[in-house]
Design a protein. Structure first.
Length: 315
């Protein structure tokens, strides 16, 4: 099978399309014929060597944390799926989605949203579950609250805006001026142009601040939090954790480590098929242009997700 791999760390040029052995499913695994994957910050960091603790000694490495595709075969212990079904998944720390086939434990899979093609479905798992688990899990978001989403135009942020509205919140989105129209179309009630305004100095207060961009400074964020507000980040920063411990009020800080959960994928699919949630896709690259996809992602300013179409022709 064809797969994108790198044998050493570096720039986008280290990723090559190679022929590798097709995997075979273990007892409780399914073999998925991959239609598409999508890029995430972890793919870039891993290729640059920042993810060495994850796959040290395991090079060459196939990146790709999201997949959508069709089940081709099932291990003898699989009880949840059958061949031919369309599924999507977060692959986990081992990645491997930028390949024509991947084997995954059945518990990691969910049925792909029926209303999406598989290329679009591949943009959902990591970003969607990160937003879902951060807002509904860590923040315990509830109706009537004021939610601020930092990095609202990115993959995670665009889902967070929509999930906030689904929960019945007033949502303010922090993004760039040229992204405002799309974010308002996703349901945001108000926007803040991060290139012109500092949300923490506007004198407004929010019940929940969700940092989808992963750069939250709690010492700064608490100036914009209500007395019992919570700031949730997609990365853990020691300085923010320390600042939260030293904070004498009821304000809190937390971070989300995304878990691969089939029931979360099922919920996201239901919301998508009900027309309440949709992925925001910036651009689709074929697998042969994986280097170009990485370079495009690294330029920044992405609106939503960058997807890598693996199957040719597309399923």
């Amino acid at each position: 099978m064809r797969a994108a791999r790198f044998h050493h760390y570096g720039g986008a040029e280290v990723i090559e399309i190679e022929e590798v052995a097709k995997p075979q499913p273990a007892r409780r695994e399914v073999l998925v014929r991959v239609a598409a994957s999508s890029l995430n910050a972890g793919d870039i960091a891993g290729r640059q060597g920042k993810g060495r603790p994850v796959h040290a000694g395991k090079l060459p490495h196939i990146p790709g944390y999201d997949i959508a595709g069709v089940i081709e075969a099932c291990g003898p212990g699989v009880t949840s799926f059958i061949p031919g079904e369309q599924v999507y998944a977060l692959t986990g720390l081992r990645a491997g989605g930028n390949a024509e086939y991947i084997c995954l434990h059945q518990d990691k899979l969910g049925y792909a949203p029926a209303s999406l093609d598989l290329v679009s479905a591949a943009s959902v798992p990591l970003a969607g579950m990160t937003a879902l688990q951060g807002l509904y899990g860590r923040a315990s978001l509830r109706a009537g609250q004021r939610l601020l989403v930092i990095g609202a135009a990115g993959g995670v942020g665009s889902f967070a805006v929509q999930l906030g509205k689904i929960a019945g919140c007033h949502v303010t989105a922090v993004c760039r001026d040229h992204q405002v129209a799309e974010i308002l179309a996703l349901g945001a009630d108000a926007t803040i142009d991060r290139t012109r305004e500092d949300y923490s100095k506007l004198g407004e207060r929010w019940d929940v601040i969700y940092d989808a961009a992963g750069h939250l400074d709690f010492a700064e964020a608490r100036r914009a939090l209500g007395p019992a507000g919570i700031a949730v980040a997609t990365r853990a920063y020691p300085t923010s954790m320390l600042a939260a411990r030293l904070q004498p009020t009821g304000q809190r800080y937390s971070f989300v480590i995304t878990q691969s959960r089939g029931h979360d994928l099922a919920l996201l699919a239901r919301l998508i098929d009900a027309g309440q949630l949709r992925p925001l896709i910036d651009r689709v690259f074929p697998l042969d242009q994986i280097q170009a996809a990485h370079r495009y992602y690294e330029q920044g300013g992405i609106r939503g997700k960058v997807v890598v179409a693996v199957a040719h022709p597309l399923l």
